[in-house]
Design a protein around this ligand. Structure first.
Ligand code: 3HC
Ligand code: NAI
Length: 687
């Protein structure tokens, strides 16, 4: 077995280094090694103090997440933490990279903490549907007070070393690149100054003050009710911090553990842990090994500076890659550039960007009306109107202009990438890069692999996606690719339910209660009904509403009525239009149970997902979950549609689909794969 830690002496100071790549997670071997080496240091009379550091890219990223849900193996992290905190010798955590979750909790048990400026510290357990279970909810309030602790732990976002220093989590900031040297110097100073063994558990001032204002917890709950809706972990975190303030340390710790175990056993944590690993697995392409050579992407071209082109360009500017953006007319170019600047100015106002960084990014943007200016680009992304003849024309021109070996990508939402690729002499260098709107914000990037796309081109796209902070999911070519195709199943059913006598409010409420931020009809009203159906000539409810002057929120009414504050109210006028449309189509009216509404809206998404898998469009069921979570904000606490379907039980999904097939015909037939899995008692997770 390779050693996962080592202890080295520097005079009277020992440096204990965890070395367990890739992220120094606190798996069983590391926990055992920590116990062993702390005991050795404790027993060694020559050692006065210990520095706890980590090798490689980062300090510990926390508990080994792959151990969750498996049988427990002692020693647990709590025991290790206690052992460190109880040491009779000063232990100092020396932090670089990220100290996350259990990693930070271990550092909190050390008596002092020093970190390099680039380090980041956080308790992100909430993102896994968990809470910090190794004392984090008890020790952090003792350092920063309950109010800040509530924000820090329910928010889960890591903070910089300097912010942590200001908050009182870190004691000293080290020289970048010289952590152990700085830590040794710091420890010598502590020893020389007779610094005490400072145990966070004994710090009482902050929580004594918090005890005087117990109302702060309910205030916090009230002001975050919307953000925490449907999720178990935030409320458990609030309870654990309440316990930190109200109970003696040991009792608070026991309460934290109890709440942790409850969450760990629940479906939400399993779903969110599934989502964590699914996201990381999605970037691995089975027949494109990790060591496939990638092509350089030093300069990017973007064709079209509309809604998508501008956002796409920002992704590259953000990471220092120059962009040449092309339009057909100066006015369009000016508008596109102004929108990019405006978006950056919003970030500037919010303090997320400095004026300097803004100008640096804008200076990397080159605007042009001449496609020929893209001749030196390594990657060119087309984002013009969704029209096959136009895209083919542009790809033929790009093929003539672009240098040999440059990648030509399309942001098409629905069109056949293979047909686009055939307009060029280099279909092997054509790929789909399907961004989601707003392209500078939404994390999903569907990488669409055409029949001829070369492996290095796929590898380049997957790697580039991560570089620009996107989560890549590989898709084959089909109408709508993965996320849009699966989501269309929900849209179609929502439209039909509306005509079968369900109100927009009833449908939106079901989707909202499932965990989405907004139901489909409120969303349509927000976007504007005139924008939605503009490319189709087919009569629809949305078109009938527009004909009656109901464009959505902006005109005071759409599927709902809106008051001055833009609050939605059910609309009799809209219901009349919907009923008239249903009568015109001859659709029978009926009623639905709450349960039936969710099933009818979301089981078809699962069925479409199964077809996407069966056709080999997605590599794995978990890729579909990632696409829906990252592209459509599918509630992460459900794990995505395919994980959720496994929990619901596939036979139930088949049953719904059979009922829908009887009512709506072949399009709703349960997929072969779905039926096979259901009949053999298997799940998508077992594939
Ligand atoms: N446990 C197990 N594996 C982990 C892990 C963890 N805590 N953190 C990361 N990994 C794995 C990833 O799955 C990935 O594996 P792969 O290469 O086989 O796909 C590998 O480490 C590298 O991870 P990333 O691809 O995410 O690398 P990045 O450099 O982009 O990010 C990171 C590094 C910021 C540390 C990121 O991995 C991360 O956020 N990790 C999770 C941190 C976390 O949630 N910690 C809390 C754990 S729960 C806990 O501690 C409970 C405690 O309170 C009791
Ligand atoms: P848009 O209409 O906002 O922008 C298209 C831009 O392309 C316009 O500014 C137009 O002037 C420009 N253009 C047209 N022909 C051109 C040419 N020959 N050379 C240079 N520029 C040209 O459209 P949007 O919404 O940005 O869509 C672009 C593409 O992205 C489409 O294929 C669309 O399907 C896809 N897409 C759109 C999403 C969305 O939510 N809007 C989401 C994901 C993909």
């Amino acid at each position: 077995m390779t050693e996962v830690a080592k202890l080295e002496k520097h005079g009277s100071i020992a440096v204990l280094t965890i070395d367990s790549p890739p992220v120094n997670a606190l798996g069983l071997d590391v926990r055992r090694a920590l116990l062993k080496y702390i005991s050795m240091a404790e027993a060694d009379p020559e050692i006065e103090a210990v520095i706890l550091a980590c090798a490689g890219q980062t300090f510990s990223a926390g508990a080994d997440i792959s151990e969750f849900g498996k049988p427990f193996q002692a020693p647990d992290l709590g025991v290790v933490c206690r052992h460190i905190e109880n040491s009779s010798k000063i232990i100092v955590a020396a932090i670089h990279g990220t100290a996350l979750g259990g990693g930070l909790e271990v550092a909190l048990c050390c008596h002092y903490r020093i970190a390099v400026p680039s380090a980041r510290l956080g308790l992100p357990e909430v993102a896994l549907g968990l809470l910090p279970g190794a004392g984090g909810t008890q020790r952090i309030p003792r350092l920063i007070g309950a109010r800040k602790a509530l924000e820090f732990i329910t928010g889960g976002a890591p903070v910089s070393a300097s912010a942590a220093r200001e908050m009182g989590i870190v004691d000293e900031v080290a020289d970048e690149g010289a952590l152990v040297g700085s830590a040794l110097e710091y420890v010598r100073k502590l020893i020389a100054g007779g610094a005490p063994l400072r145990r966070v558990r004994d710090l009482e001032d902050r929580i004594a003050a918090d005890r005087q204002q117990p109302e702060l917890f309910d205030e916090f709950r009230r002001s975050n009710a919307r953000a925490f809706r449907g999720k178990d972990a935030p409320e458990s975190i609030v309870k654990a911090i309440e316990a930190a303030v109200a109970l003696p340390f040991e009792e608070g710790l026991a309460r934290e553990f109890e709440l942790f175990v409850e969450l760990e056993k629940g479906l939400q944590a399993k779903a969110q842990i599934h989502a964590f690993f699914a996201e990381r697995t999605a970037s691995k392409v089975k027949d494109v090994p990790g060591d496939t050579p990638v092509l350089p992407v030093r300069t990017v071209g973007v064709v079209g500076a509309g809604t998508m082109g501008g956002g796409i360009a920002m992704n590259f500017l953000n990471v220092g890659i120059p962009v040449h953006i092309v339009e057909t007319a100066q006015a369009n170019l000016d508008r596109g550039i102004a929108t990019i600047r405006k978006n950056y100015e919003i970030s500037l106002k919010r303090g997320k960007l400095t004026a300097e960084a803004l100008e640096r990014r804008m200076s990397l943007l080159h605007a042009t009306l001449d496609l020929g200016d893209l001749r030196d680009c390594d990657l060119i992304i087309e984002a013009v109107f969704e029209s096959m003849p136009l895209k083919q024309e542009i790809f033929a021109k790009l093929d003539a202009v672009a240098r040999d070996g440059a990648i030509l990508a399309s942001n098409t939402s629905f069109l056949d990438l293979n047909q686009i690729a055939r307009a060029t002499s280099r279909p092997d260098h054509v790929i789909g890069l399907h961004f989601f709107s707003p392209a500078n914000v939404m994390p999903l990037l569907e990488v669409v692999r055409g029949d001829a796309t070369a492996k290095p081109v796929v590898a380049t796209a997957m790697k580039l996606a991560r570089k620009i902070g996107k989560v890549p999911v590989l898709s084959g070519v089909c109408d709508g690719f993965i996320a849009n195709r699966a989501m269309r199943a929900r849209t179609e059913q929502a439209d039909l339910l509306l005509l079968q006598n369900l109100s927009p409010d009833a449908i939106d409420a079901a989707i909202y209660d499932y965990g989405f931020a907004m139901g489909p009809f409120r969303m349509l009203d927000l976007v504007g009904l005139d924008v939605i159906g503009r490319d189709s000539t087919e009569r629809s409810v949305a078109k009938d509403l527009v004909a009656a002057g109901r464009m959505g929120q902006k005109s005071g009414g759409g599927y709902y009525d809106y008051d001055e504050a833009r609050a939605a109210r059910p609309s009799e006028a809209a219901l009349d239009i919907i009923r008239a449309h249903a009568a015109w189509k001859g659709i029978a009216q009926r009623s639905f149970s709450q349960e039936e509404i969710v099933a009818r809206l979301l089981h078809p998404v699962v069925n479409e997902g199964a077809k996407i898998l069966e056709e080999g469009i997605a590599m794995r069921a978990s890729d579909i979950d990632v696409a829906m979570i990252k592209g459509y904000n599918w509630p992460v606490q459900t794990g995505g549609p395919m994980f959720w379907a496994d929990a619901v039980g596939l036979p139930r999904i088949v049953e719904t689909m059979k009922a829908l097939e009887a009512e709506q015909g072949e399009a709703m037939r349960p997929s072969r794969l779905l039926v096979e899995l259901a009949e053999s008692g298997r799940t998508f997770g077992s594939l």
